[in-house]
Design a protein around this ligand. Structure first.
Ligand code: NAG
Ligand code: NAG
Ligand code: NAG
Ligand code: NAG
Ligand code: NAG
Ligand code: NAG
Length: 321
């Protein structure tokens, strides 16, 4: 994955085993319907808003998706949905594009933290691998087998069980939103309510962003022989989303391939990710989004004409959905 610029500003304080509020929210009721919702960027003065009711920390949201060609766990039945990009996550960047991660170590459910410290450097706080029941059991225990069933179809990990990946997404990213902070759920908070709420919110945005369909409507379909230009992929998605998403590639660099030899274009050549950027009015949970163009470079793919492959999945890695 492409690395993004990174800044650490917050960390949870654990008091007597109780996790204190990250961003100073009170543990009282947060009746957001009575509050004037604010746009999440540019940042507002955090002491003048209820940061449970307007996203006051990570206001630049990214709804991210994958195009993987295999899962590595096919033998265990972990398969990819046909003709559908899969869900990666919902990330809270700062308005300036930098971000924090693993903001509340009291909600650490990632068995394989990456990075393994809060800053990604040895001076950061270690993020200890989680060894308890996987986060999927929280969904089940909440009586939401339907939700878990859906997640096992569309929120798919590569080389690790799906629930481990969901735990990673929650602990690395969801804990950095102010609006998913535990005190926001008020005095009647039910254990792991924040987890379910984050999963549902992430799915809501994912369902609005049918990447496979959007590409198909511009005649961009998986093929192991055709090649595409990244600008064509970007334009196809921009036409539907209304704003330019980030298009990510993996695999060989163009100038390391035979065709690209001698070129100064060292972008990668296998289409693998799309990130849609937006701000939200009020809580992300309420779905009032305002799309924006991707900030930063816009792509990690090679820009040369016909440098990008949109691969067909491996035979046996897909299921009929
Ligand atoms: C918060 O809600 C609870 C029950 O829903 C109620 O008992 C309590 O009075 C409320 N607190 C305030 C400050 O409104
Ligand atoms: C933020 O709001 C508080 C309370 O109104 C005020 O005291 C403070 O000066 C404000 N900070 C900035 C940077 O405007
Ligand atoms: C981006 O914004 C965050 C939060 O306001 C701030 O802590 C950080 O220093 C900013 N980073 C840059 C590179 O400006
Ligand atoms: C993080 O990973 C690095 C590289 O594998 C390792 O050297 C380091 O000890 C790990 N740090 C922690 C806190 O686990
Ligand atoms: C590939 O492109 C990069 C960046 O333009 C350049 O630094 C590098 O030397 C190139 N590599 C090859 C093998 O041509
Ligand atoms: C397409 O190519 C990729 C990469 O070589 C390979 O993993 C995949 O199995 C191929 N798919 C089909 C259907 O041939």
């Amino acid at each position: 994955m492409v690395s993004r610029s990174f800044t650490l500003v917050a960390g949870a304080t654990v008091l007597n085993g109780v996790v204190a509020s990250l961003y100073g929210e009170s543990p009282l009721n947060h009746t957001c319907i009575l509050e004037k919702p604010l746009l999440s960027c540019p940042p507002t003065n955090i002491s003048t808003v209820d940061s449970c009711c307007s996203e006051a920390f990570g206001g630049l949201l990214l709804a991210t998706q994958f195009w993987d060609t295999y899962t590595g766990l096919e033998a265990q039945g972990q398969l990819l949905p046909k003709k559908t990009w899969t869900l990666h996550g919902l990330w809270p960047d700062f308005c300036n594009g930098s971000y924090t991660q693993y903001c509340d170590l009291g909600r650490q459910y990632d068995p394989d933290p990456s990075p393994n410290t809060t800053t990604g450097t040895p001076s950061g706080t270690p993020v200890i691998p989680y060894t308890g029941p996987d986060i999927g059991t929280f969904v089940e225990d909440a009586g939401r087998a339907d939700l878990k069933g859906w997640m096992n179809k569309y929120w798919i990990a590569q080389n690790q069980p799906n629930p481990d990946f969901w735990g990673h997404e929650f602990s690395k990213h969801a804990t950095c939103f102010s609006t998913f902070d535990v005190p926001c759920y008020g005095p009647h908070y039910r254990k792991h309510e924040d987890v379910i709420d984050f999963f549902e919110t992430t799915i809501m945005y994912y369902l609005r962003l049918p990447t496979y369909k959007w590409l198909t409507s511009s005649h961009i379909v998986p093929s192991n022989s055709t090649t595409y230009s990244v600008s064509r992929i970007q334009n196809a998605l921009k036409k539907k989303y209304g704003h330019l998403p980030y298009v990510g590639c993996s695999g060989a660099r163009w100038n390391e391939t035979e065709q690209g030899r001698g070129s100064m274009d060292n972008g990668r050549t296998i289409l693998s990710e799309v990130w849609y950027y937006f701000h939200v009015l009020g809580r992300p949970q309420d779905g009032r989004w305002r799309g924006i163009d991707a900030t930063g470079s816009g792509t990690s793919c090679a820009k040369a004409d016909g440098a990008v492959k949109y691969l067909k999945r491996t035979l046996g890695s897909e299921f009929e959905n």
